[in-house]
Design a protein around this ligand. Sequence first.
Ligand code: ZN
Ligand code: ZN
Length: 417
Amino acid sequence: MNIIVLAIPVFFIFILLEIIISHIKKQPYYRVNDTICSISTGIISRITGVMLLMIPFSIYQYFFTHFALISWSKEYATTWITAFILYDFFYYWFHRYAHEVNILWASHVVHHQSEEFNLSTALRQTSTSAWFGWFFYLPMALLGVEPMVIIVVGGLNLIYQFFVHTQLVGKLSPWIEAIFVTPSLHGVHHGQNTRYIDKNYAGVFILWDRIFNTYQVELADDKPVYGVRKALASWNPVWANIEPYYRLAEDAWYTKSWRNKVSIWFKPTGWRPDDVITKVPRQYTIPKDLQKFEIKLPLIGQVYASIQHIIMIALSIYFLLLAPDFSTQSKLIAGLVLLINMFILSLVQEKRIWAFSLELLRLIICFIFIFTLKPPLWWQTFSLLLFLASLAALWPFYRAISIVDAKDLTSSNIKRG
Ligand SMILES: [Zn+2]
Ligand SMILES: [Zn+2]
């Protein structure tokens, strides 16, 4: 059931390997801020998943028990193979609708916000697909596939997809690209180039795209420009999930037409009421002119943000592994605390000077919390050293930012380029 959580250490080993290889090959596939943001977004999606993933399972169980046409024995390999293929077929349609309808895209766009394409991009998953994603796999339960089998093949599908988020593997032989999703084909899916938009939806078998006319190979003269036309321009993993819905809500609020206030959510992706296009103008990227979003941190800031995020990610993984034994209330509280920690950290990472006091408070509360748990002496000593080292690094980080000119002290510093 918890196949994705168990695979997390493997994901990190491969990310580390890809970082090392791309560094040796002098290929700039990774940027510190982007990688941190992608991984944090992925961790948050798993944390919210702890709370929400039981909902689709219960729905599948209900429909499987009451309405399944036949029951497939999970003793047979053919059941698993058929379920795996069926899952990918329904994934294709889930993914395609997630790109084609405004409200569904608001959820899925999180996966496309990164302007890089590497293994950490694969972890960058939405936290808000639980409310509609289950619907697309419901036919499997009705066809008699056990809910547990659906969840397991879904996990395997996602693990396959992890490995196609890399630029280290170029184009593969044409017969492989005719049947399977490959890194090059999925790179096309992440491209914002006009001819690459809304192409290659499949998870494992690219055959579905060939059958339903959404297949596109990578062209030598049109290298994918990764990301989306309406850039997120933030490193905040919580905001990354809220921003797309906020944009739609903003349009629904400002349009005068009551009909549009409702229909905008279900219109094709990108559709906006005529009256808000001028009232709330938005900037869109022209792929060939893309300047990647970046906020340059001083070295001390990079080290500080990286280490604090690594600590939070380690704690989150620890939580994800223990979560099945937690009560619902404990899950909610622990999940929320982790979310708040990552939220504050990303504010500091975005050089929001006012957030440094919040960060200091966060460090103190974390430290006190650890001591209230009365951990073993070695753990207390380690926590104390970590706390002091964090304080010692936070101050020069703060100073390095606050000595730059006044314009740089405000959020207007968050610019592209
Ligand atoms: Zn997509
Ligand atoms: Zn992807």
